[in-house]
Design a protein around this ligand. Sequence first.
Ligand SMILES: [Zn+2]
Ligand SMILES: [Zn+2]
Length: 132
Amino acid sequence: MTIRGSCVCGAVAFEIAGAPSAMGTCHCARCRKLGTSTFVFVTRQQFRLVRGEERLVTLEPTARYGYHRSFCGCCGTSLGEPLSPEGAFPINAQCLDDDPGIRNGMHEFLADRPAWAASAELGRDGRGGGAD
Ligand SMILES: [Zn+2]
Ligand SMILES: [Zn+2]
């Protein structure tokens, strides 16, 4: 199974070989503003940039944030960490063109959500309402 993904304008495209290990949503202020709140976690071995590496623009981490984020320099789509030096890293699930075969099982930094987002994102069943 190959899962394809791309930015809005198509300049950047990638492939994930096999299912990602996990999917999760980060509710921290940085992820919210970057528009990269739901990720799939992939390994270096299963991830391949098909095109557009030269188009990537990278935000370096500051203060409490440990990881960089990359964007398409043409359309601004937030891609996650495709240039990560780590063996495993997050990729923006919202960029996927195919179903990754897994579902969202994790919510982080729920306490950082603004009041307007609290009810809309998680629905009424209380899923994900646990600790940060
Ligand atoms: Zn683009
Ligand atoms: Zn975050």
